[in-house]
Design a binder for this molecule. Structure first.
Ligand SMILES: CC(C)(COP(=O)(O)OP(=O)(O)OC[C@H]1O[C@@H](n2cnc3c(N)ncnc32)[C@H](O)[C@@H]1OP(=O)(O)O)[C@@H](O)C(=O)NCCC(=O)NCCS
Length: 169
């Protein structure tokens, strides 16, 4: 059973080591890093999972981003990810526990849409992220449109087109 704690309680160097273990070394060149460039992860929505020996098993970070529509209106969103679980511990429920912790922490009175780049086979099946509304969205670099996913309580308000980038207030 995963023990979920705030990511802010974990040494940042341990988090970086875990991300290096879960992703390829070139992870920092990914377009997701550009989308959230210059922003800080949101402490209230970011978590760590500990295994039964209280060792770090996985992490999730969420970031403030915005989709800028063709009229230059900026629509605030929450970018979810990276979600990472140590390779040796994958498939044991840590990923699910982490994503559910972030989703549950979002204020239900102002549920901003959540956007992420990930496998729809995982994120749609368990959490309802879908690429159904993101076909006209662009990112500041190359990406696979199929893997650009959004989860929203009210998809009707989502812009059909826009460029995703960091939220700068
Ligand atoms: C993707 C990831 C976060 C999932 O976490 P996890 O703890 O391994 O997964 P869980 O134990 O919560 O869920 C397991 C279930 O999800 C399925 N699953 C896991 N990764 C999947 C994927 N990429 N595509 C489809 N299904 C997947 C498993 O088959 C399993 O299904 P089952 O319950 O029917 O057996 C983790 O595997 C990981 O860190 N991968 C490398 C980094 C990555 O790609 N992160 C996502 C992009 S930000």
């Amino acid at each position: 059973m995963a023990n979920i704690i705030p990511l802010a309680d974990v040494d940042g160097a341990l988090v970086e080591d875990l991300l290096d273990a879960a992703f390829e070394p070139e992870r920092r060149a990914r377009v997701a890093y550009k989308v959230r460039e210059g922003t800080e992860w949101l402490p209230a929505l970011s978590f760590a999972a500990l295994d039964e020996d209280d060792m770090l098993a996985g992490t999730i970070q969420c970031w403030p981003v915005a989709l800028t529509d063709p009229d230059k209106r900026r629509h605030p969103m929450i970018m979810v990810g990276p979600v990472a679980v140590l390779p040796a511990l994958q498939g044991e429920g840590y990923g699910k526990a982490l994503v559910l912790a972030s989703i549950a922490a979002i204020d239900p009175r102002a549920p901003l849409p959540q956007v992420m780049i990930g496998d729809p086979e995982y994120y749609e099946r368990f959490f309802g992220f879908t690429n159904a509304h993101t076909g006209g969205w662009r990112l500041p670099g190359p990406f696979d449109q199929r893997r650009l996913l959004c989860r929203s309580a009210n998809p009707a308000v989502l812009p059909a087109e826009g460029l995703l980038g960091p939220w700068r207030g």
